[in-house]
Design a protein around this ligand. Structure first.
Ligand SMILES: Cc1cc2nc3c(=O)[nH]c(=O)nc-3n(C[C@H](O)[C@H](O)[C@H](O)COP(=O)(O)OP(=O)(O)OC[C@H]3O[C@@H](n4cnc5c(N)ncnc54)[C@H](O)[C@@H]3O)c2cc1C
Length: 380
């Protein structure tokens, strides 16, 4: 078995296969696992707790705000921590290696070719073959293109500053499409006066200028220690997650939360399911498309792939303007948008009755709120 990429998805695939006693190699193109960093480092504990063996060290993000234009502020109550992502990725990879997985650093997989027995992978060091290749190579997956499979359809750009000497608390999201079109801004407290402040957006020029604008508007000042940037798949899983001798996991397969775009926990989960499928395939010596499709079926049933959630993503990020965002803020102001009890829904209903101008957009807003509810625990 050959895994391309030593991010959370790849390490969990390799760990799962190795602990079942099978041989697995990880190829990672960078010299150090977990670097360069491209992450806000926020992590849902609901996701993390699915993996009892995973590292749980982090700074608690107990206070959580979601702000909308007009100063409306809803909140969320998702159990979350801010992790040290480099240490986190390295710990997962070490666990895979402790189970017997072989890590090849500085090893970039350039090409995949199908053979009669499986797949031949060409790296910068030569060729190697495997019965199954698992693509865990992140959001701009070259492996998907090598297999002639369509990569994730929609990507947002993310850019973030690591800031020192900043007095903020918890986790804060800011939706304002005049600053972050089709995206949002975030502040994640890391403790000791350090925070990650970033924005993600789509189709806009000069994301860094937008991030500077976000900082100015919210009067965020402090010493910028580091600039972090990357891309994130944003609109749900790819259509084809497997074929004969091949599966795709994590960002490479578009597996992120379509409302908040977080992907660490989902990468681990798809990695675990792909690893279990690979073990079954090895036990049965069957690597056909019909066998590996059981992986696709399982991951397509995950709540993050639910059609309601993808629809909410499309409505929220592509069919709303700032006025719609403000209306969502008006209706949900001071409520937990990710967890509306019947009592809270009645409050929202009362607010709706008093604002006939919102009635026309109500169906859209309620589908979006459902999206926030469904996406609640799946990471940001
Ligand atoms: C700015 C930003 C902020 C984010 N913030 C958060 C957050 O706060 N919380 C959250 O949950 N998610 C966040 N995400 C998303 C999260 O980082 C990803 O969802 C997660 O890293 C996906 O893990 P992965 O293992 O699928 O891919 P990756 O972590 O991208 O790992 C892919 C690995 O494959 C390697 N690789 C790529 N191509 C090859 C090749 N050809 N050969 C060998 N190796 C290769 C890469 O070097 C890399 O190590 C953020 C993303 C960005 C860009």
């Amino acid at each position: 078995m050959l895994v391309v990429g030593a991010g959370p998805a790849g390490s969990v695939v390799a760990k799962t296969i190795a602990e079942a006693g099978f041989s697995v190699q990880i190829h990672e193109e960078h010299p150090v696992v977990g670097l360069p960093l491209a992450c806000g480092e926020g992590m849902s504990l609901f996701m993390l707790n699915r993996f009892p063996w995973a590292p749980k060290e982090g700074y608690p993000l107990d206070i959580q705000y979601i702000s909308f234009p007009g100063g409306y502020r809803t909140y969320s109550s998702i159990e979350a921590i801010s992790v040290d992502r480099t240490v986190f990725d390295q710990s997962l990879c070490e666990m895979a290696q402790n189970e017997g997985a072989q890590l090849n650093i500085n090893s970039s997989v350039k090409k995949l070719s199908k053979t009669r027995e499986g797949i031949e992978a060409t790296t910068n060091h030569g060729t190697t073959s495997a019965k199954v290749v698992i693509a865990a190579d992140g959001p701009s997956s070259r492996m998907m293109r090598q297999m002639n499979l369509p990569p994730p359809e929609e990507l947002v750009q993310g850019i973030e500053y690591r800031i020192r000497d900043l007095d903020v608390e918890g986790l804060q999201f800011y939706f304002d499409y005049t600053i972050a079109p089709h995206g949002y801004g975030w502040i994640f407290d890391k403790g000791e006066g350090i925070a990650n402040v970033g924005i993600c957006l789509q189709g806009a020029m000069n994301p860094r200028a937008r991030l500077d604008q976000f900082m100015r508007v919210h009067n965020i000042k402090g010493e910028i220690e580091q600039v972090i940037a990357g891309i994130i798949p944003s609109s749900g899983p790819v259509k084809h997650c497997s074929t004969d001798h091949f599966m795709v996991v994590g960002d490479a397969g578009g597996f992120t939360n379509p409302m908040f775009f977080g992907g660490i926990g989902i990468a681990m989960l798809t990695g675990m399911i792909a690893g279990e499928t690979a073990v079954e395939a090895l036990e049965e010596d069957n690597y056909s498309a019909d066998k590996l499709i059981s992986y696709s079926q399982k991951v397509k049933e995950l709540p993050i792939a639910a059609p309601n959630l993808i629809r909410a993503h499309n409505l929220f990020y592509h069919q709303c303007n700032n006025k719609d965002l403000a209306n969502i803020g008006i209706l949900t102001d001071n409520q937990d948008i990710t967890h509306l009890s019947w009592e809270k829904k009645l409050i929202i209903f009362g607010r709706t009755l008093r604002r006939p101008r919102i009635w026309g957009g109500l169906s859209k807003i309620s589908k979006i709120m459902e999206g926030f509810r469904l996406s609640r625990d799946w990471g940001f």
